[in-house]
Design a protein around this ligand. Structure first.
Ligand code: SF4
Ligand code: SF4
Length: 363
């Protein structure tokens, strides 16, 4: 596990140069050969969000791949919820407006699951929740995958890192529906101010205002958008074991994506702008810890474990959404989202995706 600390005091240690060194040290250059189509899986950011990984950072990775004869392309799948990335046209416009264009990044964009999220391939996994998973066709057909994840909080999985970037991120529309199936949000009637924001954001028309917001659980597809947009934090995105089950399902999707690419995949986590939520909302809240750095590894489990450990080892920043567990060594994501995020890591280890144990080598 290779680590470059945030901050630089000379050109050789600037972020693009650190990315280049990490890429080689972690052996990511060995995951593809000449002429291979290399998927750089990232997140282009919802318009209004400003903490997605900068295109300049992806350019360094894409340029290194090109120099070695690979053919990189930037990719992500369409979203379930109403926004600007739920079909390939809107998605490409959003990515272009965020600077993911040819003059900036030396790679074209391919939306992995096509125009409307239906270009998918079923992959057999035979695991606890799924026999088969439905992933974006480009993820299946790519020769190699480099996951480039912004490491930050997530209301349903505690944090979003490499596993979520690959598992949920490469699910087709059907795949995302399958993963979210058990999520049933609940409205706290006392906190709800009947403002209607959640009604406008619900992609399945499952919410009506009857004095307070009311959710039709049969119509709900479990996307969690209502909880994210509610200005009064009146919607709990998932009760009971639903968040634990979601984590396991994401891991199974991750397994499906990487099934044929165990030696043809590598990962980089950017532990910078560690916001409480992911890059899907149309805003970016204050980071809960100062910028930490970048990790690179061939092990998708170890890189998420190491990222979470580094965040929890840092001191939390006062005046952010993180109101407790600010001390070094305290669990920031569990405090923020009341989720046992270790479930995704232990299940991923159990099914052989990688190991939680790692050795951190700082550049
Ligand atoms: S967004 Fe929140 S406060 Fe507004 S109606 Fe929905 S649940 Fe109530
Ligand atoms: S009720 Fe909430 S979780 Fe369910 S579909 Fe609507 S926005 Fe998504």
């Amino acid at each position: 596990m290779y680590f470059a600390r945030a901050g630089a005091d000379r050109r050789s240690r600037n972020i693009p140069n650190s990315i280049g060194k990490l890429f080689k040290l972690a052996g990511l250059h060995e995951t593809f050969g000449k002429g291979d189509l290399v998927a750089l899986k990232t997140h282009f950011g919802e318009p209004g969000n400003t903490t997605f990984i900068r295109p300049q950072f992806l350019d360094r990775i894409a340029s290194d791949i090109s120099k070695r004869g690979g053919k990189p392309f930037l990719t992500d799948s369409n979203t379930l919820y109403i926004g600007h990335r739920s079909n390939a046209v809107d998605h490409l416009i959003a990515a272009t407006r965020h600077g993911f264009t040819f003059p900036v990044v030396n790679a074209p964009i391919v939306i992995a699951d096509g125009l409307k999220g239906r270009d998918e391939i079923e992959v057999e996994v035979n695991l606890r929740h799924f026999k088969k998973v439905s992933i974006g066709a480009a993820a299946f057909h790519a020769d190699s995958i480099i996951g480039v994840a912004h490491f930050k909080g997530h209301m349903m999985t505690g944090f979003g890192g490499a596993i979520k970037n690959i598992g949920m991120g490469f699910g087709s529309r059907r795949g995302k529906l399958d993963m979210h199936h058990d999520i049933k949000p609940e409205v706290d009637a006392e906190s709800c101010k009947s403002c209607g924001t959640c009604v406008k954001s619900c992609p399945s028309g499952a919410i009506v205002i009857k004095r307070r917001a009311t959710i039709d659980s049969d119509a709900c597809i479990g996307c969690g958008e209502c909880s994210l947009v509610c200005p009064n934090e009146a919607i709990d995105p998932g009760k009971g074991e639903s968040k634990e089950v979601l984590q396991e399902k994401i891991v199974e999707y991750c397994c499906g994506v990487l099934r044929s690419k165990r030696k043809r995949s590598g990962f980089m986590n950017f532990i910078m702008d560690v916001t409480p939520h992911c890059d899907c909302p149309a805003w970016s809240d204050r980071a809960i810890v100062p910028d930490i750095g970048i990790l690179a590894s061939r092990d998708i489990v170890a890189i998420d474990q190491a990222s979470a450990d580094l965040v929890n080892a840092a001191r939390g920043t006062e005046g952010t959404r993180l109101k407790g567990n600010l001390g070094s060594g305290e669990d920031k994501f569990r405090h923020l989202h009341k989720v046992d995020w270790g479930i995704q890591l232990s299940y991923a280890e159990e099914i052989g995706l990688g190991k939680r144990k790692y050795r951190l080598i700082e550049m």
